[in-house]
Design a protein around this ligand. Structure first.
Ligand SMILES: [Zn+2]
Length: 252
């Protein structure tokens, strides 16, 4: 299995954890970054565990806009380390923190445009954080600014008509462990075409339901696959194979 979105650099004991995860059948993870320092850390991990990590570099939209100097340095980093980078992410628009941030939505839209153009310039896919009413704005931006860019809407929450637009345009969507216990995500699961479906943990983000008070790791992916197998009445191994294939299509 491949975890299509995890904040790996935020874990402790990464080396021993990766060993454990590999033994349990986790082949790779897409490790995204939150800012410049986090992008450096992710690329360091990529050097160390090159076969296991697909590295993403970016600026998490809920954490506020970076200083211009940081963005410039980040762009140089993307240029220098292009061969080690699998995607630009996590990027997108703030939703949960927008009211608390000192910046306006328009400023975030402008910044996202610059990130999308970096992705396009280096022919890298985008790992997107675009939820609720921001999903449609980001979808429109992709269409207008970088129409041929591959993109993945991670942990998507959006109106059915927006989900349909996203899938009709060939973008990927991932499900998190929430699908095992939350109706909203189960409806989303039924709307994602098999060939555009990814799964992720967004670890170390904590989950509820059967995952309550457990540390989030890629080992949760097998619960998602079991749930989907039951729900879609399909063989677990076929689902796994399809999802791995999809993940490598966009990030491999
Ligand atoms: Zn994330």
């Amino acid at each position: 299995m491949i975890d299509a979105h995890i904040h790996l650099e935020q874990y402790e004991n990464i080396e021993s954890s990766i060993e454990k995860w590999k033994e349990a059948g986790i082949q790779k993870v897409v490790a995204v970054s939150n800012n410049l320092a986090s992008s450096y850390k992710t690329l360091e991990l990529k050097e160390k565990f090159s076969d296991f990590i697909l590295a993403g570099v970016g600026f998490h939209p809920e954490k506020g806009l970076p200083k211009e100097a940081d963005f410039q340095e980040w762009q140089r980093l993307v240029c220098q380390e292009r061969d080690k980078i699998a995607c630009i992410g996590e990027i997108g628009l703030p939703h949960y923190e927008l009211e608390q941030l000192p910046t306006s939505l328009e400023q975030h839209i402008d910044f996202l445009k610059r990130c999308l153009h970096t992705a396009k310039d280096y022919m890298l896919p985008a790992a997107l954080h675009a939820v609720h009413d921001k999903a449609e704005i980001v979808y429109q931006l992709l269409q207008q600014e970088t129409p041929n860019l591959s993109a993945h809407f991670h942990w998507l929450k959006a109106q059915p008509e927006v989900v349909r637009q996203i899938t009709a345009s060939g973008y990927y969507i991932s499900l998190t462990p929430e699908v095992c216990y939350r109706h909203r995500d189960q409806i989303l699961a039924s709307m994602i075409p098999n060939e555009q479906l990814l799964i992720e943990t967004d670890g170390p983000w904590p989950f509820d339901g059967p995952f309550k008070e457990k540390q989030t790791t890629p080992l949760f992916l097998s619960n998602i696959v079991s749930f989907l197998a039951k729900e879609k009445n399909r063989n677990k191994h076929i689902i796994e194979k399809t999802i791995v294939h999809n993940t490598l299509q966009i990030y491999g």
